[in-house]
Ligand binder design. Structure first.
Ligand SMILES: [Fe+2]
Length: 326
């Protein structure tokens, strides 16, 4: 068995209402200035956090302009503003875009590196600014992963930074923050999370220690995704999706993704198709293409998705590929 390395947040809190734990933990650190990086819709969800921190005498700077699929140019302007403020803590709240921007800002504050120098794997030397992340979608798992992605419009390419220094110091996964996500976004982000789990389990570099997260994530997402798209107020289903998404994020460091993600990044860079939607379009086709290579593994994926098992692994696996279309 090959060795495997996990880099995870020092503190990982999962549960309804853990937004309050986040506030208490930040206050305990007693920073003078906190930068909150978020998008417009997520900001409404964390007003209570801002109010609690302000009442504790902490100065809050707010960058609420992060939109989907942030570009390198947008990052430069977010970072220039943050560099003037020099916060002691960066808090990312939102979907993957806001979390990725928060992670990169924290990484490059008090650093002699530029964003252009850290794209690719293990180029980032260090991170000196405390980083806290709180997702408001169930999809990217960015709150626990070492990854961040920006769109470089000059090259029409999605460019990733992968570094253990991008794993936040603390992450708070509060399913209550996901209840206002509209159905289409819930579906797309949920398919992203499912893809993280499937691509980790069916990966050439799969590992039993990561399979635990991957299979548990596939089961949770298979059971709850349709339910939560049909009824966004179903908090039990939101909770299942938030947990499945977190498991998918935990797969991203030690094993990572495969062909679906490799093919979806150009779709995002060239045609601006949202990441989760691009994955959803590609997933069944990649599954069908790949399943002859490892029918037993893909049959396990299919069973985790809840399909009826056939006497032949290949047929069970094909049923799983068909299930991923619906
Ligand atoms: Fe993804």
């Amino acid at each position: 068995m090959r060795s495997v390395t996990f880099h995870q947040p020092s503190k990982l809190v999962f549960g309804r209402g853990c937004l309050q734990d986040c506030a208490a933990d930040i206050i305990e650190q007693a920073p003078r200035t906190v930068l909150l990086v978020t998008g417009r819709s997520s900001y409404e969800l964390v007003r209570p956090l801002v109010a609690v921190l302000e009442s504790a005498g902490i100065a809050i700077k707010i960058q609420s302009g992060v939109r989907n699929e942030p570009t390198v140019d947008q990052f430069h302007s977010f970072f220039a503003e943050a560099a003037m403020q020099m916060p002691e803590v960066v808090v990312g709240v939102g979907g993957g875009s806001a979390l990725d921007v928060a992670k990169l800002i924290a990484a490059l504050l008090d650093s002699d590196q530029q964003i252009s120098e850290i794209f690719d794997v293990d180029r980032l030397h260090a991170r000196r600014t405390r980083l806290v992340c709180m997702p408001t979608t169930a999809g990217t798992g960015s709150e626990v992963s070492p990854n961040a992605v920006l769109l470089d419009t000059a090259d029409s390419l999605k460019k990733g930074v992968v570094s253990r220094h991008l794993v936040p110091d603390a992450a708070y996964v509060d399913p209550c923050l996901t209840t206002t996500v509209p159905p289409a976004v819930t579906a797309a982000t949920g398919m992203d999370a499912l893809t993280h789990c499937i691509e980790a389990y069916a990966n050439r570099f799969a590992h039993p220690a990561v399979d635990l997260y991957a299979l548990a994530g596939i089961k949770l997402i298979g059971r709850h995704l349709c339910r939560v798209v049909q009824n966004g107020d179903d908090l039990d289903a939101r909770e299942g999706m938030a947990l499945g998404s977190m498991y998918g994020g935990l797969c991203l460091g030690p094993v990572n993704t495969a062909a679906v993600h490799a093919l979806s990044y150009p779709l995002g860079g060239e045609f601006h198709i949202a990441h989760g939607l691009a994955n959803a379009i590609l997933l069944p086709h990649v599954l069908e293409f790949n399943l002859p290579a490892m029918p037993e593994r893909y049959a396990e994926v299919a069973k985790a998705l809840g399909v009826v098992e056939d006497t032949h692994h290949s047929e069970t696996a094909r049923r799983g590929a068909r299930r991923s279309k619906r």
